[in-house]
Every structure is written in structure tokens, then in C-alpha cells.
Design a protein around this ligand. Structure first.
Ligand code: PLP
Length: 275
């Protein structure tokens, strides 16, 4: 827990009236830990602060979060690679005391298989038009809130349609993000990803990849990406802390004419940040 106590996850510890549970009123982060090393921990913590501010939660004390994260890493006895979740809710109504905890979780087999084999994605509309995020901050577009029911429903829709994942589109037919991931396209030694101002989450994995690619002489651009660019790209990437850099090989049932060696180069660039 955020106060430093280590809790047994098999024992109940969250009050049934916790607003994180009842209303999804809270924020979270998922950090990849490999061989005891958390990847991009500070960017994740900064994003936790940003999300909490958007929900007007009390500002998270980062030292306590760093300690809680380290306690989980030290106590972890599972696989060498795992997901470290940081969860911060508004707590029980009327108390004004937020709930905070960190926990470790195994990476799902499906995720590691998708990293190895790539994925088929479908595009789905998200009902976001340009300018909406700035005009309507109460919609919390781009906050990593606990309200992920819509995102999970979109993934079930993909499964119903025989695909693995979703690429959300804005009303102007430009790319937004995946339900739990950032999307980027590669072409002519340039990487492009849509800007967070559209109402999407700024991805820590995307940022790490772009940092490495730029160092290796690539151009990197954060700008709107029309849906047509998915089909002309040399690589379409679906990225998150847990997914790392996953290859999209099919979009809306059409197999992409992407380059596997180029995709592998980009994975190597991303991994070089941590070797
Ligand atoms: N976009 C959304 C909506 C997400 O939920 C996530 C991660 O879960 C991402 C993007 C990717 O973020 P990161 O690379 O920091 O994990």
C-alpha cells in the first residue's frame, strides 16, 4: 500500500465504497519491470501526476510511490518480466483520503505471443473530433483514468470481428491510439505518431522508441496521421509498456505490405535503451 505496508493480494483490502471501485474514479499506471529494472519509471510517475491533476485528485507524493514500486519489485517472486501497476483512487466518498497501492502482475501469454507474431487490428470510431479535448476538459481525454470499460468493449468488438486489437480513429479519419496502446507508422526513415492534444495518452514506450530512433538518425514527428497512412507505411507499430513494440500486420482485414526487417530494427532500437 502507499503507506509502505506490504499486503497479501489474496486478502481483501479495498473498501467496497471506494470510489475507484464504484465509479472508476481514479488513475493508474502500468510499468514494465524486466530483471528487477522498471522501464521509464519517472515518465510513468510524471504521467500519474498529470492524470491525477486532470481528475483533481490530491497531488501524488512521488517519494511514497517510488518506495511502494520498489517494495513490489523487491517482493516479486514470479517471472523475470512483469507488469507493475500503480493505482490511485479518490478513496471512500466523503473522507477525502485517496487510496493508493502498487501491485505486480504476470504478463498474459496472449501479449507475449502477439509480440512474437504480430497482430491484426481493426479501426473503430472513438467519437472524438479535433479540438474536443481542449474544449471539454471534463471528458478527461488523455487521462489514464480507471474508467477503461469502453476501451475493453472495443477490444471485445475486435475479437468478435476476428481481429486482435483496435486502432481508434477520430471523426476526421485520423489515427488516435489503441485501447491500451500508442500507434506509430514508419516510412522513409521517419517515425510518426499522433499528438496527445487530440485527446490521447502520451505514451512512454513511444517516447522511448522515438528517443532511440532519433539518436540513430531517424526523423521523428508528432503530427496527425491519416488512416490511409496505415496502409502505405513500411511498419505500423502498436506500443505500450507491456506490449513493447508490437507489429501490426493486418488492418481491417487487409494484409499490410510492411517490412519485417525494418520492424525488427525498430524493436532493436527500443531495446537498446535498456541494455
Ligand atoms: N494509450 C492508452 C489508452 C493506454 O492505456 C496506454 C497504456 O496502457 C498507452 C497509450 C501506452 O502507454 P505506455 O507506452 O506509457 O504504456
Amino acid at each position: 500500500m502507499l503507506d509502505g505496508t506490504v499486503a497479501d493480494p489474496d486478502q481483501p483490502m479495498i473498501k467496497v465504497e471506494d470510489l475507484g471501485l464504484i465509479r472508476g474514479d481514479g488513475v493508474f499506471e502500468t510499468v514494465l519491470v524486466v530483471d528487477g529494472q522498471p522501464r521509464e519509471l519517472e515518465p510513468h510517475l510524471n504521467r500519474l501526476v498529470r492524470s491525477a491533476a486532470m481528475l483533481e485528485l490530491p497531488e501524488p507524493g512521488l517519494d511514497a510511490w517510488r518506495r511502494a514500486a520498489q517494495r513490489v519489485i523487491d517482493a516479486w517472486t514470479g517471472s523475470p518480466e512483469f507488469a507493475l501497476k500503480l493505482v490511485y483512487t479518490r478513496g471512500v466518498e466523503g473522507t477525502g483520503v485517496p487510496t493508493g497501492f502498487a501491485l505486480g502482475q504476470e504478463i498474459a501469454e496472449r501479449v507475449t505471443q502477439q509480440r512474437a507474431n504480430g497482430i491484426a487490428a481493426i479501426t473503430l470510431e472513438r467519437g472524438i473530433e479535433p479540438g474536443l479535448a481542449e474544449r471539454a476538459p471534463w471528458l478527461l481525454l488523455g487521462a489514464k483514468s480507471l474508467s477503461y470499460a469502453v476501451n475493453m468493449a472495443a477490444v471485445r468488438e475486435a475479437t468478435r470481428r476476428g481481429a486482435d486489437e483496435v486502432i481508434f480513429l477520430a471523426s476526421d479519419e485520423t489515427v488516435l491510439e489503441g485501447p491500451t496502446s500508442t500507434i506509430a507508422v514508419a516510412k522513409d526513415r521517419t517515425l510518426r505518431t499522433p499528438p496527445a492534444q487530440l485527446g490521447i495518452l502520451p505514451g512512454t514506450t513511444q517516447h522511448a522508441l522515438f528517443r532511440a530512433a532519433e539518436r540513430a538518425g531517424w526523423s521523428v514527428k508528432v503530427e496527425p496521421v491519416p488512416v490511409a497512412d496505415l496502409f502505405s507505411a513500411e511498419a505500423v507499430l502498436l506500443m505500450s509498456s507491456v506490449r513493447r513494440i508490437t507489429r501490426v500486420h493486418t488492418v481491417d482485414g487487409k494484409q499490410l505490405t510492411d517490412s519485417l526487417p525494418l520492424y525488427q530494427d525498430l524493436v532493436a532500437l527500443y531495446e537498446s535503451e535498456y541494455s
